[in-house]
Write a protein of this length. Structure first.
Length: 253
């Protein structure tokens, strides 16, 4: 469970992006966060990742106050963050190398962490084994993003935060990775929070959708989307009507 309990945050305290804002995410839920540019979507992820701290209120993860990034929270960003001089396999191992360096200290790695560099199952699951010896510049955008996903999932996160992960990809690649994300979410019982500015993506991936608007955001506007896992949802009337509803809500501000 992630709990934002009456948080206030602004890069400049006089201009809060969130003001007395409360929101709860239960374990293994899949959320999409949508809203216009500058409404605070990435800021919200940084707060939940423990990279920013609210000026007021508190954030609890699994009942514990969040005072710094926790090793079980994975963050995937839009530009992949891959090392250009390392192969796909070595990029996928990067997080594990950091963990192995520190050991099971409860800060950089969970206290019960067992050192490993084994990323082969993830390379296999993400269809990357044929490219494992290649460098990021030799990959397509979709393969790069899959490498970033492998690197994060190799760390066995329980919370996966994704910030516009597919926005620079072409439509077929994006749709393939959207499907893969839903599969990985279900297989690994992840709590997923995906930030997107794309209405269609929010409707496909979010069982629940959090709508943000121009700051300050004071209340969590939540839209339920319980049918998103049903086969054929992308072609259904429910999906189209949800997209329309989201568009109207966003235009209304
Ligand atoms: N490090 C920072 N320092 C100061 N202001 C910032 C910083 N990062 C973001 N902001 C501002 O905070 C507001 C929210 O930014 P944020 O990136 O969270 O929005 P967003 O909804 O993710 O936008 P986009 O969809 O364009 O990525 C914006 O006005 C932005 O200019």
């Amino acid at each position: 469970m992630i709990e934002l309990d009456s948080i206030t945050f602004g890069y400049q305290p006089a201009l809060p992006i969130f003001e007395n804002f409360s929101w709860q995410v239960r374990r293994a839920e899949a959320w999409a966060v949508i809203g216009p540019s500058g409404c605070g979507k990435s800021t919200l992820l940084s707060l939940i990742a423990g990279l920013l701290r609210p000026q007021h209120g508190r954030i609890l993860v699994e009942g514990q106050p969040l005072n710094r990034p926790r090793p079980q929270t994975g963050l995937i960003i839009q530009d992949y963050g891959l090392l250009p001089w390392a192969t796909v396999r070595e990029n996928a191992r990067l997080g594990l190398r950091v963990r192995n360096f520190y050991g099971p200290d409860g800060v950089h790695a969970p206290a019960d962490y067992q050192r490993t560099l084994d990323v082969e199952p993830w390379l296999d699951r993400l269809g990357l084994l044929p490219f494992a010896g290649q460098y990021p510049t030799e990959l397509s955008g979709g393969q790069r993003q899959r490498t970033a996903i492998a690197r994060t999932l190799a760390l066995n996160p329980d919370i996966l935060l994704m910030d516009e992960p597919f926005s620079s990809l072409d439509a077929p690649t994006r749709e393939g990775l959207q499907r893969l994300t839903l599969e990985l979410w279900q297989e690994n019982r992840l709590t997923l929070i995906l930030v997107t500015h794309a209405i269609e993506e929010a409707a496909l991936l979010g069982q629940k959708i959090l709508l943000l608007n121009q700051p300050p955001n004071r209340t969590a506007q939540i839209i339920e989307n319980p049918l998103n896992l049903q086969p054929g949802y992308r072609e259904s009337d429910e999906y189209r009507s949800l997209c329309r509803h989201l568009r109207e809500r966003l235009e209304a501000g």
